[in-house]
Design a protein around this ligand. Structure first.
Ligand code: CMC
Length: 430
């Protein structure tokens, strides 16, 4: 009787057979399609979904997004509240452990992360080996993967205590690797972590410390960086998180999985977008050039970086928080002249039918790069900053995947459309 509301009736017009497929949580199980066959030796019906545009491959309790309404919540908490009231390390705890920490849990968590910021001295040798103009993201991808060789016990992925220590190490050491990569790229001596400073304060110190005995971060910039990290901390099943889960599904250690996730984040359609936004704004060059570039985008000859999102079909809530932050940061750093171009671009695009019809709004990366640049970060560091923020999200998903009995090693199917069997042809006869 309830079949009318919680199942799907499928008639296969090839055979005339009818099937009853259960619907749960708004989805059918793709494996239920396998019974739909044209003959006994037919493999069964597959769902074809390039780029997973309409496929849920996990049940997750971590992050909720309503792309149409522009809602983002971590473990139920709205991103706007976390950005205003929480800290990045508290959010990291929330994502990984599922609840906000008590005072004692928070103190222990912060203490452990603060005291795992140092990396093995050999990592420095490793970084020294890179060419002077190596992209810091390339160095990050390699060194994160390299960390797995220093912690072989990280392979014990089924041991909860062991997972916890690797989570702590990864969150703690990411900024150190990131800052070391930057220092190498400008030929400056590495600045070691300063455990007296806050998490973002320590990162700023490792980036900018020169001859002073103690680096004193500007509290406004410290808070702004912390907020930016919160905004990037998770975004459910995006490309890099899916990579983290996929690599983790083979029971690889979390350093190797995080290296893969970082590599996925490197691309300009994902974490490389904030770098691409800055390059785009520099290419546009002045406010009066904006209409020309909007025209090019509409003709399909130019992609407005920082616009559009696979999930958000409304204003990205993170972009709104960042707009507010920009004001605070520019009070300290002075206004970034690229802001005027960005504001004009946003104004024209949001008024234009092409963008309105396709629901293309500014995303998190549209303004973050302008802030990072005003804070002194070179564009090549932007995806690195994104990765530093995203690591707790990757770890939360990696762990959730491991503990989920429904999961197995990721192994999609394909629709083979290549040649049938054919005989090898000698090179002289080709
Ligand atoms: N500028 C101009 N046109 C665009 C843009 C853009 N930025 N984004 C999408 N479109 C058009 C696209 O040409 C297509 O038009 P049509 O239907 O006429 O062919 C339509 O909008 C749908 O685009 P799509 O590429 O099919 O959408 P998607 O969901 O596959 O891509 C996206 C999403 C984020 C890859 C894409 O919007 C994009 O490339 N944006 C620029 C890069 C960017 O800012 N990426 C950061 C995403 S947020 C950070 C993160 O989560 O990683």
């Amino acid at each position: 009787m309830s079949a009318a509301t919680d199942s799907l009736t499928i008639t296969d017009n090839r055979t005339g057979e009818t099937y009853e497929i259960p619907v749960q949580d708004g989805a059918i199980q793709a494996m239920d399609l396998r019974q739909i066959k044209t003959s006994e030796d037919d493999f069964g019906l597959l769902a074809y979904d390039p780029a997973f545009k309409n496929t849920a491959n996990v049940r997750s309790e971590i992050t909720y997004i309503d792309g149409d309404k522009g809602i983002l919540r971590y473990r139920g908490y709205p991103i706007e509240q976390l950005a205003e009231k929480s800290t990045f390390l508290e959010v990291a705890y929330l994502l990984i452990h599922g609840e906000l920490p008590t005072q004692q849990q928070s103190d222990e968590w912060v203490h452990h992360i603060t005291h795992h910021t140092f990396v093995h001295e050999n990592i420095k040798t490793f970084i020294d080996g890179f060419h002077h103009d190596a992209h810091p993201m390339g160095m990050l991808v390699s060194t994160v993967g390299g960390l797995s060789t220093f912690y072989p016990e990280a392979k014990e992925i089924n041991d909860a205590a062991n997972r916890n220590i690797q989570n702590i190490r990864l969150i703690a050491k990411f900024p150190t690797l990131a800052a070391f990569a930057y220092r190498h790229s400008i030929g400056m001596r590495y600045a070691y972590p300063d455990n007296d400073l806050s998490f973002p304060g320590n990162f700023l110190s490792m980036m900018w410390k020169t001859t002073e005995l103690k680096y004193e971060p500007d509290p406004i910039l410290e808070k702004a960086l912390d907020t930016l990290l919160i905004l990037h901390a998770d975004h459910e099943q995006n490309c890099s998180t899916t990579t983290m889960r996929a690599i983790g599904s083979s029971d690889a250690d979390p350093y190797s999985a995080a290296a893969g996730a970082s590599a996925a984040l490197y691309g300009p359609k994902h974490g490389g977008a904030n770098e691409a936004v800055l390059r785009m704004l520099e290419e546009i060059g002045s406010v009066d050039q904006v209409p020309e570039y909007v025209k090019l985008a509409k003709e399909g000859n130019f992609r407005l970086m920082g616009f559009g999102h696979r999930v958000y079909k409304n204003y990205d809530p993170r972009a709104k928080v960042i707009q507010g932050l920009a004001h605070d940061v520019f009070e300290v750093t002075g206004k970034n002249p690229l802001l005027d171009i960005a504001v004009e671009l946003e104004k024209i695009a949001l008024d234009d039918d092409y963008f309105v019809e396709r629901k293309l709004y500014p995303n998190v990366d549209f303004y973050s790069g302008i802030i990072y640049q005003a804070m002194g970060f070179p564009t090549s560091m932007f995806p690195v900053l994104f990765a530093m923020g995203r690591i707790p999200g990757w770890l939360a998903h990696w762990q959730e995947n491991l503990l989920d009995d429904e999961q197995a090693i990721v192994r999609p199917r394909q629709l083979f459309v290549g040649h049938g069997a054919r005989d090898y042809v000698d090179v002289g006869s080709r």
